[in-house]
Write a protein of this length. Structure first.
Length: 176
């Protein structure tokens, strides 16, 4: 693959981890896309992943947020409503934020809803047990907006950079 990149004069670098934990990164970008107005805390790494926290200035209905996520991610986001509150404060850990410990952190910060890109049986059961709404997109499409944010920043630095969005398949959710 490296040979092909060199042949076509294409640069490539890997930035997955750092992009998860930077102000304009994956979690923050997803919060911006779904309309969260107030970023209380960016996601960061301290002896493990720590979710970002954001608030809507005006609470939104859970069903409205689910629809917004499905439209923005262009995929069938899975949703579990585990309380009757309007959605106000949200914990977000894109990609593999499926640990019950991540959800616990969000609850300790007063979140009524948690958003991530992967879920296990334990994720779903713990969210139900603790009473926090759960929204789960795919790993790729919960993080794609952070990649777009990085690309925009690079283009801002060098107007000669051409951005080309590759169309990704939605193969992670494994259902229609």
């Amino acid at each position: 693959m490296l040979k092909k990149l060199q042949e076509y004069d294409i640069s490539h670098f890997w930035i997955h981890g750092p992009l998860d934990f930077i102000e304009f990164g994956t979690c923050t970008s997803l919060m911006n896309v779904i309309g969260i107005d107030n970023i209380i805390r960016y996601s960061f790494y301290h002896k493990g992943d720590v979710p970002g926290i954001g608030e809507f200035s005006e609470p939104v209905d859970f069903k409205v947020l689910v629809l917004k996520m499905r439209n923005e991610l262009e995929e069938p986001v899975r949703a579990w409503r585990n309380n009757e509150k309007l959605v106000k404060k949200v914990g977000v850990l894109t990609g593999a934020g499926h640990s019950s410990n991540h959800i616990k952190m969000a609850v300790e910060e007063g979140c009524d809803t948690y958003i991530t890109g992967e879920a296990t049986l334990y994720t779903i059961q713990y969210a139900q047990f603790i009473g926090i709404n759960l929204l789960v997109g795919s790993h790729t499409f919960t993080e794609i907006f952070g990649v777009e944010s990085l690309a925009s920043k690079l283009k801002h630095l060098d107007k000669g950079i051409e951005l080309v969005k590759l169309k990704e398949e939605h193969f992670e959710l494994n259902h229609n």
